[in-house]
Write a protein that binds this ligand. Structure first.
Ligand SMILES: NC(=O)c1ccc[n+]([C@@H]2O[C@H](COP(=O)([O-])OP(=O)(O)OC[C@H]3O[C@@H](n4cnc5c(N)ncnc54)[C@H](OP(=O)(O)O)[C@@H]3O)[C@@H](O)[C@H]2O)c1
Length: 306
């Protein structure tokens, strides 16, 4: 095993974060699994105690709450005699599925608060000790959606594009200080993520008067397609472990392999072609909206009326 490291993971109460905390603790690292739900954190501790040794501590931490982050810094300092973290895994995040035009400012800001500002607040809190020591690793969980934009996930994807850009800048800026920065780009993973993004987007989906109703009515079909291709969170836990423990981690880890193929394929195509493929796959076609050949488009109708 590589040298044992002190690793803090955000959003470790479920899905990828939980799987990563257990995996890294089983590898013998000193893991601080954090999250908002104390009961779920206790379950993570019990799960580890069942089958393996390893140091796994849990801590309540909401990445959108400055006081909670300050408490986490104090906790880590106390646990490590002032050494600080070797690795920070910024995993907490969620998305709201819905038509980009309709997602409210409040829902958009809330996603940015967690996925972008929460991540940066964690970086600012834990980076200074790494920089002073001349060692440390930031692992930021982005998404396939940080490289490709999918219809109905535009707002969420934009938060992950922001994570990509901030991480790319940090990676270069922190080079002289010996701090490494890696991005994790998961494809579709079997966690609570899809359920949450569907329920967060419920109010947009259930509105039958929505101009997007023909596609929104198909949400369950799209959901079933995503469920069929989802892979286990352990795949991402292993990618995060590589990024967290390599001497020279890669800038990006895409997993599973199929997600890398999809990024490569769609980015290779002219944008008009990739747009057409995504529109067909998700139902954003004139035919579905009753705007097929021969039908008057809203613009033509408006011109006739005028
Ligand atoms: N699953 C996928 O297909 C997929 C694909 C690409 C990228 N990702 C990314 O992977 C990361 C993990 O998602 P997941 O798939 O494991 O989803 P998940 O099962 O829903 O887990 C998300 C975790 O983030 C936590 N979280 C949310 N807001 C938080 C906050 N303000 N402070 C602290 N923790 C918070 C959740 O805790 P609560 O229970 O308290 O909300 C939960 O522990 C996210 O950044 C997501 O964007 C997921």
């Amino acid at each position: 095993m590589s040298k044992a490291r002190v690793i803090l993971i955000t959003g470790a109460t479920a899905g990828i974060g939980r799987a990563t905390a257990l995996h890294l603790a089983r590898l013998g690292h000193h893991v601080i699994a954090t999250g908002r739900n104390e009961k779920a954190l206790a379950e993570v501790r019990e799960e580890l105690a069942k089958d393996a040794p390893g140091i796994l501590e849990t801590l309540r931490l909401d990445v959108t709450d400055a006081a909670s982050i300050a408490d986490a810094v104090a906790f880590v300092d106390a646990q490590t005699d002032g050494h600080g973290l070797d690795v920070l895994v910024n995993n907490a995040g969620y998305g709201t599925a819905g038509p980009t035009e309709l997602i409210t400012d409040a829902d958009m800001r809330a996603q940015y608060e967690t996925n972008v500002f929460g991540l940066m607040a964690m970086v600012r809190a834990f980076l200074p000790k790494m920089r002073a020591r001349g060692a440390g690793t930031l692992v930021n969980v982005s998404s396939l959606g940080g490289r490709l934009t999918l219809p109905l996930m535009g707002v969420y994807n934009s938060t992950k594009y922001a994570v990509e850009s901030l991480s790319d800048a940090l990676r270069v800026e922190l080079r002289p200080f010996g701090v490494q920065v890696s991005l994790i780009e998961p494809g579709v993973i079997a966690t609570n993520f899809t359920d949450r993004s569907m329920s967060e987007g419920d109010k947009y989906r259930r509105d039958s008067s929505s101009p997007y109703a023909p596609v929104l009515a198909r949400a369950d079909e799209l959901r079933a397609l995503s469920d069929r291709t989802a892979v286990d969170a352990s795949v991402i836990a292993k990618a995060i472990a590589k990024a967290a423990t390599s001497r020279r981690p890669r800038p990006r880890y895409v997993a599973p392999f199929s997600a890398g193929l999809m990024i490569g394929f769609l980015r290779m195509l002219p944008t008009r072609w990739s747009d057409a493929i995504l529109a067909l796959a998700t139902g954003f076609t004139k035919k579905r909206f009753g705007l097929g050949l021969g039908a008057k488009s809203p613009t033509k109708t408006a011109q006739l009326v005028a």
